[in-house]
Design a protein around this ligand. Structure first.
Ligand code: SAM
Length: 247
């Protein structure tokens, strides 16, 4: 399983500051928003940043080890913040969510691409749409489509954040791009205190028209695509494809 205990233990070490993501989601939620949903919440860092700003945040994730890290993080934030965060273990395409409830659902860091099958993505979009209040939004930080196939050389990375004392971590990864099927495979070898584990992630990338069509199929009204956190309209070659669909 890709997001197992080994990955969960070091997942956050490979991120820079996540406040810019929290700023973006707060901006898209709008000033009157109170209730947010994070499908595929992982270790909950962005969810907690938003709860600290006063939002009630519900996070859903398949991986028990990732949620354990999130629960520890929420507990250490103290009872006032913790009572605004609810974490649910489940598949976002099947989980039962409150209806007509959230102002914004946001998907950070390309997680949506882990939904490999069309049917799964449509069911997940439908579940999220039903959970949004009328006029509520789904915002997804997606990666742009692949332009060419090929494989990168392996590269070793040390964590971007200081690792806890006694933890020696190196991640070596390479990518295989399949521009025909629009599949990005990320192969990782994780070495933690000399113990190695291997991990393969398969990300299903989506053409702009496909994202729009899937959102509409799931019942969303307007669908906007942006090329970055500055909310300029998406153009070919942009580094990201931020999708905002309105319920
Ligand atoms: C790249 S991590 C992102 C976590 C978090 N959103 C972040 O930005 O740090 C992707 C997460 O998606 C979860 N995931 C994958 N498929 C899922 C599904 N069908 N339903 C719910 N969670 C899923 C994984 O367990 C993992 O924790």
């Amino acid at each position: 399983m890709p997001y197992d205990a080994d990955i969960a233990a070091i997942y956050d070490l490979y991120f820079g500051p996540r406040e810019p993501e929290a700023d973006l989601w707060a901006r898209l939620a709008g000033p009157a928003a109170t209730h947010l949903l994070e499908p595929m919440v992982g270790t909950g860092e962005v969810a907690l940043l938003l709860a600290e700003r006063g939002y009630c945040v519900m996070g859903v994730d398949l991986s028990a080890p990732m949620l354990e890290v999130a629960e520890g993080r929420v507990r250490s934030a103290g009872p006032e913040v913790a009572e605004r965060v609810k974490l649910i273990e489940g598949d976002i395409s099947r989980v039962v969510l409150p209806l007509d409830h959230f102002d914004l659902a946001y998907v950070s860091h390309g997680s949506w691409h882990l939904l490999a099958e069309y049917r799964m993505r449509i069911e997940a979009l439908q579940a999220v749409r039903r959970s949004l209040r009328p006029g509520g939004k789904l915002a997804m930080e997606l990666f742009p489509p692949l332009k060419a196939s090929g494989q990168s050389e392996p590269r070793a990375f040390r964590p971007f954040r200081p690792a806890p004392a006694g933890l020696d971590v190196v991640k070596t990864s390479w990518m295989e791009r399949d521009a025909v099927g629009q599949v990005l495979r990320i192969h990782e070898v994780l070495r933690v205190n000399g113990r190695e584990s291997e991990n393969d992630l398969f990300l299903q990338l989506l053409a702009p028209g496909q994202v729009e069509a899937e959102c509409r199929k799931a019942g969303f009204g307007s669908v906007e695509l942006y090329g970055g956190f500055d909310l300029k309209p998406y153009a070919d070659g942009d580094p990201m494809m931020l999708t905002v669909a309105t319920a």
